[in-house]
Design a protein around this ligand. Structure first.
Ligand SMILES: [Fe+2]
Ligand SMILES: [Fe+2]
Length: 401
């Protein structure tokens, strides 16, 4: 979600923060018909080039069965390079071609897992009221807490900004490639999120609809600077893995504070974000196998300077604090449920072999940053248990797949 830079903030972490002194940094995550993609399947992904066996998967969350799928994407376990041997860096074109080959396979997995759904079927249209004269009628049902309202406001405006994100992707992913095909499918799914969130908010009137529309106009008219996120293809994929997981958690936790109808909307959107996250996460894994040094440098750039895409939203810092205070997304969630499970648990940064000297320096820099982040989080008072896995396994992060 956003980026707060105050004296409490951990350098480089641009997320939502919580209330002072806890507040430090905080980001802001019917019948279904299976879609099958026609055409032949592509060849297997490039082999795993990791020297540590056996492979230890990140522990699966307790359950969250609604978001779980059988993994049809198998990665061969080939050990390369041998321990102590520095792998050669690939050229940009070769790295792009190899990533695109795997992206095609991951796209097929994504489509195999996707379920068709219809935004209009999740909206309680019967609650709608005519609006006129710049006034929004009172909300249907009880007013929502400030942190939930901030999450709805920031999350919808973030989804609304899709044209700018797609333009940035189009500059990085070639149109006539698997990554280009993925980016178009991804955009179609993301636009559905803005549709269902806006329709639900309009009929329930939990936000001032005039203020919301003015904020949307202002945001999209201002543009979007991808900054370090546009450093290169691998940087973009790393950033998107982090951002999709964070967005998934934010949507999921917001839904837990809404009525059943609102919760169903957020749960549906979170399920999409989870599949987006799995696509990018596993593409980063492939990048680590085929050019570990270049990928570790990308990890360092993106992790140490991470910020959610909605930081230019008006009053973003205030919204981020409210979101953190509500337990929807804060620095602890960012560390415990995004950064640590991904970088340490899944990508296993400390164990990577074959890095060249610049990449070793990048790894050291990133690990130092993560240690500072861990210490900051350790000093924070306990968060609301909203963001935790919970005894019923309603964890906001699904790392399976
Ligand atoms: Fe989305
Ligand atoms: Fe997404």
């Amino acid at each position: 979600m956003s980026c707060l830079h105050d004296r409490h903030a951990t350098p480089g972490v641009s997320i939502g923060q919580g209330r002072p002194p806890r507040a430090l940094a905080t980001p802001s995550p019917g019948a279904l018909e299976c879609e099958l993609r026609p055409g032949p399947r592509r060849e297997a992904c490039p082999p795993i080039r990791r020297s540590h066996e056996p492979h230890q998967e990140h522990p699966e969350p307790p359950n969250d069965r609604h978001l779980r799928h059988q993994d049809s994407w198998s990665r061969p376990s080939v050990t390369y390079p041998p321990a102590g041997v520095t792998a050669l860096r690939l050229g940009d074109a070769e790295l792009r071609d190899l990533l695109d080959e795997s992206a095609g396979q991951l796209l097929e997995r994504h489509l195999d897992r996707s379920k068709e759904w219809f935004p209009h079927e999740l909206v309680p249209w019967e609650l709608g009221r005519r609006c006129s004269g710049g006034e929004t009628p009172p909300p249907a049902g009880d007013p929502l807490p400030a942190g939930v309202l901030s999450a709805l406001f920031v999350n919808l405006l973030t989804e609304d900004n899709l044209p700018h994100y797609f333009a940035a992707l189009a500059d990085t992913f070639r149109s006539a490639s698997a990554l280009g095909e993925w980016s178009r499918r991804w955009a179609a799914e993301e636009q559905r999120h803005a549709t269902v969130l806006r329709d639900w908010i309009c009929v329930t009137r939990h936000l001032d609809l005039v203020r919301l529309e003015r904020a949307r106009m202002k945001q999209l008219s201002s543009g979007f600077d991808p900054g370090v996120r546009a450093h290169g293809l691998v940087d973009g994929v790393v950033y998107l893995a982090l951002q999709e997981l964070a967005t998934r958690i934010s949507h999921w936790n917001t839904g837990r504070l809404l009525d059943p109808c609102g919760a169903a909307v957020m749960k549906r959107v979170a399920a999409d974000e989870n599949r987006h996250y799995l696509f990018y996460r596993d593409l980063v894994s492939v990048a680590l196998e085929i050019d570990s040094s270049a990928t570790v440098e990308a990890l360092d750039r993106q992790l140490t300077r991470f910020e959610m895409p909605g930081t230019l939203i008006e009053d973003f810092s205030r919204h981020a604090r409210a979101i953190a205070d509500a337990g929807i997304y804060d620095l602890r969630i960012h560390h415990d449920q995004v950064v640590s499970p991904l970088v340490i648990g899944h990508w296993r940064l400390p164990e990577l072999d074959g890095l060249d000297a610049p990449a070793e320096r990048a790894r050291d820099h990133l690990l130092s940053h993560l240690e500072r982040l861990r210490r900051v989080v350790a000093r924070m008072p306990p968060s609301s248990d909203l963001g935790g896995p919970g005894p019923a396994g309603q964890g906001p992060a699904d790392h399976s797949g």
